[in-house]
Design a protein around this ligand. Sequence first.
Ligand SMILES: Nc1ncnc2c1ncn2[C@@H]1O[C@H](COP(=O)(O)OP(=O)(O)OP(=O)(O)O)[C@@H](O)[C@H]1O
Length: 253
Amino acid sequence: MTYLNVSDVTLSFGGLNALTNVNMHIEKGLITSIIGPNGAGKTSILNCISGFYHPTKGDISYGGKNLTHASPHEISSMGIARAFQNLELFRGLSVLDNLLLARHSKLDYNFFQALVFWGKASRVESENRAYVEDVIDFMELEPYRKSLVGNLSYGVQKKVEVARALTLDPDLLLLDEPMAGMNVEEKEDIVRFIMDIQKERGVTVVLVEHDLGVVMDISDRIHVLDFGQLIGSGTPAEVAANQKVIEAYIGEE
Ligand SMILES: Nc1ncnc2c1ncn2[C@@H]1O[C@H](COP(=O)(O)OP(=O)(O)OP(=O)(O)O)[C@@H](O)[C@H]1O
């Protein structure tokens, strides 16, 4: 079942097309990876889906709603969360505070209720707290909950970044190179969490990743971009046998 539909999307910066007439269908409940050589347009497509860029041409719809011109905040409230390639965490705050702050953007009580911290506000606040504690538990971040993010290893910070996105209770999670800069053990760890996020929490995952071994292992579907164009889509086996994809990767070496 198509869930997120990228339809004929072009994204131009002056004379340069970062994306050209890209069509991509993301199915609900699956792990879909977007791969391609450097500069192929992978982050650009995530930026379009999450509202940081708006396509120059084409449409993006999600669960039947058009989000082409929606803001990042509107898109996040539709159930799409993103973990960033460059960490978007507050380094001087603890893991717990970072996650509470992220979760806070979902609060639906108004300023005056918050001020007196009474009634609905206090109920919502304790629900948020419980939700964040559940994410800490799920991501096995308990040993670090009071640690300042800036003092943690890069691998743990990347995990906190994924946890930050999870506190938004997403239906769709966009992960931009969650394994970049990680050692083998850290990679194995985060791969396990990505698979659990899909299976146990029922979240649809879109993954941008350079590690082709990992991508082939965990993806249900793969889309391949090269110079801003979609050159292949399908299961890992289909993509691995695609001549255009093979050439794009050989050309990169
Ligand atoms: N804000 C911008 N202004 C101008 N050009 C941009 C901008 N963002 C991206 N580009 C260009 O668009 C093209 C695609 O970039 P993008 O970051 O999407 O590629 P990528 O596949 O994510 O690359 P990488 O694997 O290196 O992260 C590149 O040529 C890049 O220089």
